[in-house]
Design a protein around this ligand. Structure first.
Ligand code: SF4
Length: 419
């Protein structure tokens, strides 16, 4: 297919595809799906080999959020029966982090529900970061605490944070339909603050909220313009008790096309499969490793993932290898131009949006160099109103509520974590 040959060539050069090319990836047929995966897989292997980075979520503070993000089980008024607890102590968080690191993770994503941290919260998280770093040599730490105010990113950086996650989640034009208590511009501002403070920026999206293909392309192009080091891709977990509980719009094939599109638009960035991996990709998860180079190990913020051991077996069976602590995640040009190593998610996976993949989960642009310029610095084309299409729908197997399990172990409980 000419389209795929063009996209591979552009991906190897870090050249921005056209919007039409990105939309065409989302519109490919199931008959062409393996060709799409193979093409995006060439780009993935060029920049990241067969390595898979493992990240581990620690939910420092769960539920009780005053914000109204529709997708989130921790939102204001959520009736989801999730764990609710206030700040973990530094030693409790460090213990949880150690379990993930022992399971093979190299990054710990510290996530807290809420609009944004107070200065006292930043002190608490700073103490937690120091405790984790003292007890676990070489660990990368990403914080995901919501919207940042003046000086907070700098203080987190000074405490040893390597990265900060805050997701854009969806397109600017539809953001107001998803959340009313803060704006898309607020989110962009926080990603820029993290970047400016020398933190590795992590910012991603949530698919499956009823958006159109054009919305998905919009948000990924906006991410490329923001230039994060890591882009978590969350697949909505429609929690009972939240406004989006009935939004079962995704198929495994759709998820693979979305991941391929993200890889083509952000070729040299850490693309992470975040919340919803097990629920929506299901038995197709191994194919997704040809597109993404990063996953969360074990459980998400408020829902349970598959056993950490199963994650490791899947990676080995699919012919990939877990990235070691001594290996550098990002291609050399990004490491020398930027801060660090890319981040995580809040949802089910990581915050940034606390959508389970939160950190990075719920989980950039200029996907190329932080230095700007070159093909990667090419400004994305503006969103084109006439390209707006109806919400994407396709036949699917129906709600898989049987695959959604509220987290009852690990941080905030007396039970051992899944790692
Ligand atoms: S995504 Fe974050 S800010 Fe939004 S409701 Fe959930 S915890 Fe609160």
């Amino acid at each position: 297919m000419d389209l795929l040959n063009t996209l591979v060539d552009k991906g190897l050069r870090r050249e921005l595809p056209t919007r039409e090319e990105a939309l065409a990836v989302l519109a490919t047929s199931d008959d062409d799906l393996l060709d799409v995966v193979a093409a995006a897989g060439k780009v993935r292997r060029h920049w990241f080999g067969r390595r898979v980075k493992l990240n581990y979520l620690v939910n420092l503070k769960s539920g009780l959020c005053p914000e109204d993000c529709s997708y989130c089980s921790q939102r204001l008024g959520s009736q989801a029966g999730i764990l609710k607890y206030t700040w973990l102590k530094p030693d409790e968080a460090s213990e949880a982090a150690a379990a993930g690191l022992a399971g093979g993770a190299k990054r710990v994503c510290l996530v807290a529900s809420g609009r944004g941290p107070t200065d006292r919260d930043v002190d608490r998280v700073s103490d937690t970061i120091k405790a984790i770093k003292e007890q676990n040599e070489g660990v990368e730490v990403c914080a995901c605490l919501g919207l940042l105010s003046d000086g907070q990113a700098e203080r987190l950086r000074a405490a040893g944070a390597d990265a900060y996650n805050h997701n854009l989640n969806t397109s600017e034009s539809t953001y107001g339909e998803i959340t009313t208590t803060h704006t898309y511009a607020d989110r962009v501002d926080t990603v820029q603050r993290a970047h400016a403070a020398g933190l590795s920026a992590c910012s991603g999206l949530i698919a499956g909220m009823g958006e159109s293909d054009a919305d998905l392309v919009d948000v990924v192009y906006s991410l490329r313009e923001l230039d994060p080091d890591s882009v978590p891709v969350n697949f909505l977990i429609p929690f009972e008790g939240t406004p989006l509980a009935k939004e079962w719009n995704l198929t495994p094939q759709r998820c693979l096309r979305i991941l391929a599109m993200v890889r083509f638009v952000c070729p040299d960035v850490e693309v992470r499969i975040a919340g919803g991996r097990e629920v929506h990709l299901r038995t197709m998860q191994p194919l997704a490793l040809h597109l993404a180079n990063s996953v969360f190990l074990g459980d998400y913020l408020t829902s349970e993932g598959q056993a950490g051991k199963a994650d490791l077996e899947m990676i080995a069976d699919a012919g990939f290898e877990v990235e070691g602590a001594g290996e550098v995640t990002l291609p050399e040009h990004r490491v020398t131009a930027g801060a660090g190593g890319g981040c995580g998610s809040h949802e089910g996976a990581g915050c940034g949006s606390h959508a389970e993949g939160g950190c990075g989960s719920a989980a950039g642009a200029g996907c190329g160099s932080h230095a700007g310029g070159g093909v990667c610095g090419t400004a994305p084309e503006p969103a084109v109103a006439e390209q707006r299409t109806e919400p994407h729908t396709e036949p699917h197997t129906g709600p898989r509520t049987d695959l959604v399990a509220v987290r009852r172990r690990g941080a905030g409980t007396d039970l051992a974590p899944n790692a």
